[in-house]
Design a protein around this ligand. Structure first.
Ligand SMILES: Cc1cc2nc3c(=O)[nH]c(=O)nc-3n(C[C@H](O)[C@H](O)[C@H](O)COP(=O)(O)OP(=O)(O)OC[C@H]3O[C@@H](n4cnc5c(N)ncnc54)[C@H](O)[C@@H]3O)c2cc1C
Length: 421
């Protein structure tokens, strides 16, 4: 039986960061990846995707991207970055090995992992299988409806879709970027817009990732009350620009409210479009306000940008919104669901999940001793699922593993206690 101290499952950014910190602690470990390093950046993202943050920010501390720091690395450059990083730190990664089941050993400490290449025993398990594991399509349109339905993780480029109009459901970073790409390719696009944050891409000469950093917003420990389901709409496309829904409408996109249902081929939308845009504006303006206050308080010499506060008037599709859309009449051939992801730990057979299958943990330390998570959304802070943030969470988890290993080493080192008379 092969043995290691810590078995890391998943060879994306989270698994690689884990390997770096475990290596630094001298902890024997193995990373198992079912496909290739950073596979999701290679094959579960659309062709033209670039990172949402500039390369100086969206990276690990110890290595820069080969592109310019202000550039937005394309998805293959991001995947290549992690391949290079893994080689640089000599990460013990085995690719093409899927973990199918992990169980706790009985009568002794540790875990047994069943894999596509045999069983392995380990003292600690780190689940690094991603914040976005299983694409979620809400059960709104029957699967046999005469329209192509696909999730954003299966979208590659406009040519992949049948001729015709497209309804994009979800206006977070994925939905809004894909919708714009489809409109540019000549498609009639309907974009269903729910609650969202819409930070300015740049303000007064600094990217929003910098503002979130200096304002302490990346370190927020939980989403604000009532904002758990608020998505964030940002884009690094075209060199990075603020998401402007009204500008997209003025160029021909039809914005609609939240998608509520579908009956006899007719989509139904909530009457919430104007309200969602207004709340997005409030979020946008609040970042400008906080940035202005920070500049004043800290005496920074950054140029004023009053034009950033100009919000264009609502276009007709907002003042007089569509509440229904007959898919056939509108020539909609595709519904693209940019509706997010769920977690799926079906392979991890330990008692550390709530009744919705979500890990029960504290900063990634599970309630089952020896089991850890890394890369979860909001694992310790807002930045946890992002490239720069996971590195710091992985460091914390490696520390926790080292501390526990120290207790076990003490137990092994001290003489056995004689039975009391
Ligand atoms: C469209 C999109 C764009 C994003 N853009 C950015 C961005 O610009 N900047 C940023 O910081 N973040 C971005 N993110 C967020 C985050 O950086 C990515 O989601 C990233 O892929 C998460 O890395 P990870 O290592 O935690 O998980 P993943 O990349 O999901 O890696 C998990 C790995 O585990 C493997 N795996 C899963 N199950 C098993 C198993 N049972 N056995 C073995 N291996 C397994 C998978 O094959 C996968 O390679 C983006 C996310 C999305 C969806």
């Amino acid at each position: 039986m092969e043995q290691t101290h810590t078995l890391v499952i998943g060879g994306g950014q989270a698994g690689i960061a884990m390997s770096e910190h475990l290596g630094a602690q001298g902890i024997p470990h193995l990373v198992l990846e079912r496909a290739r390093i950073a596979e999701r950046w290679r094959s579960e993202r659309w062709d033209s995707l670039v990172a949402n943050g500039p390369a100086w920010h969206d990276r690990f501390p110890n290595m820069e991207f080969s592109c310019g720091g202000e550039d937005f690395a394309d998805k293959d450059a991001v995947a290549d970055y992690f391949v290079d990083y893994a080689a640089r730190i000599g990460a013990p990664i085995r690719c093409g090995v899927e973990v199918t089941r992990v169980t706790q050993l009985s009568g002794r400490a540790g875990f047994r992992a069943e894999t596509s290449a045999g069983a392995i025993e380990a003292q600690a398990i780190v689940a690094a299988t991603g914040p976005f594991q299983r694409p979620v399509i809400p059960p709104i349109v029957p699967a046999d409806a005469p329209v192509m339905q696909l999730h954003s993780n299966a979208y590659r480029n406009p040519a992949q879709l049948p001729e015709g109009a497209v309804l994009v459901v979800g206006a977070g970073s994925s939905g809004v970027q894909i919708a714009e790409e489809l409109m540019r390719a000549g498609r009639q696009v309907y974009l269903s817009v729910g609650p969202h944050d819409r930070p300015p891409r740049r303000y007064r000469g600094r990217d929003f990732v910098w503002w979130l950093g200096v304002l302490g917003m990346w370190n927020a420990e939980t989403p604000g009350p009532g904002t758990e389901h608020v998505t964030i709409a940002v884009s690094g496309a075209d060199g990075g620009k603020t998401v402007e829904f009204r500008a997209l409408a003025n160029r021909g996109m039809t914005l609609v409210g939240m998608t509520e249902g579908c009956q006899d081929g007719v989509m139904h939308f909530a009457p919430d479009l104007a309200g969602n845009l207004r709340k997005g504006d409030e979020n946008y303006l609040s970042v400008l306000d906080e940035a202005d206050a920070y500049i004043t308080e800290n005496g920074l010499d950054l140029p004023p940008e009053p034009q950033a506060r100009m919000i264009p008037p609502d276009p007709a599709c907002v003042t007089d919104p569509l509440r229904t859309l007959d898919l056939a009449q509108a020539g909609v051939s595709t519904i693209l669901w940019a509706t997010g992801y769920a977690l799926d730990y079906g392979w991890l057979d330990v008692d550390s999940f709530d009744d919705r299958g979500r890990p029960i943990h504290q900063r990634g330390v599970s309630k089952v001793p020896g089991v850890y998570f890394v890369g979860l959304p909001w694992q310790s802070r807002r930045g946890s699922s992002f490239i720069w943030g996971v590195w710091h969470d992985a460091k914390f988890i490696a520390d926790q593993i080292a501390i526990r290993r120290g207790y076990m080493a003490y137990h092994d080192a001290v003489p056995p206690i004689a039975e009391s008379a």
